[in-house]
Write a protein that binds this ligand. Sequence first.
Ligand code: HPA
Ligand code: ZN
Length: 328
Amino acid sequence: MTVADLPKIELHLHHEGAAPPEFIRQLAHEKRIDLSGIFKSDGSYDFRDFAHFLSVYEAACEVLKSPEDFRRLTLAILEESAANGVVYSETFLSPDFCGGGDVHAWRDYLNAIQDAADEAERKFDITLRGVVTCVRHFGPEQAKQSAYCAAETAGDWITGFGMGGNEGVGTQGDYKWAFECAREAGLRLTTHAGEFGGAESVRDAVRDLGVERVGHGVRAIEDDDLIRELVDREVTLEVCPGSNVVLGLFPDFAAHPIARLRDQGVNVTVSTDDPPFFHTTMRREYEMLHQAFCWDAEDFAALNDTALNAAFCDDDTRERVKKRLERT
Ligand code: HPA
Ligand code: ZN
């Protein structure tokens, strides 16, 4: 058994970003939509940098039109995650791509996604929960719509609210209304920060939005005071090393700050972000971390512990997943 075979928990996965290129090509073919411009000749997604990645991502979303498309996508994602040893996963769902922010339409998409998640749980022994995310570069007004959708469907399955998209647009604080709306509905909070924004963006996320988790957050390594604040506040980082390397934040895994952040007491977890875009899987993330930092089964068990503690599910689900981890 290698470390790649260990069971895994994933907290940071963009639903549409987990769509295999073949899946998107098949839907494009069925709907007669020409998406040839977003693929390389080898069939993988083609993008130059983060801004271009976001536009290719949104182009791929053009073929994901109906609740049925999302049902099929959800099954495909969970089959792949389970094949990678993932036993519990949280996925980012954007009402912007599921009905355009309309609450009634959003409910239909969500029902289809949950149906598929139930089926996958029976077939593949993997549990999924949803985190509604607004898209930062769509602006604060659109974010309010996503927050309404999140608040209306908050419960056992939609357990969190967050924000993805282009960190260069506006400030975290511009989205405070949406985050407060979600918090009042009982949702747990996370936001992308400290990926392309610097340490200041992470500080704003925890102080202005009051999030308990941060997507990426790795630029905190540039600021010792902030690292102490993250430790004191017990903030958990959803670190996606393979994504960061492909997008050029760090030259390779060995240069990635995840191990240094962990050594300084920060709660770190590991996820894939948008796996086919970044040519990664959870198995590969584990293998690369083992190679770069000699992390062994004990280190990965501690990582799972941190992730399970920070998961936005209820305690019954947490216990169930814990048993699954012990069994596997
Ligand atoms: N980062 C930020 N926003 C996103 C991403 C990502 O990797 N994927 C989809 N939206
Ligand atoms: Zn992300």
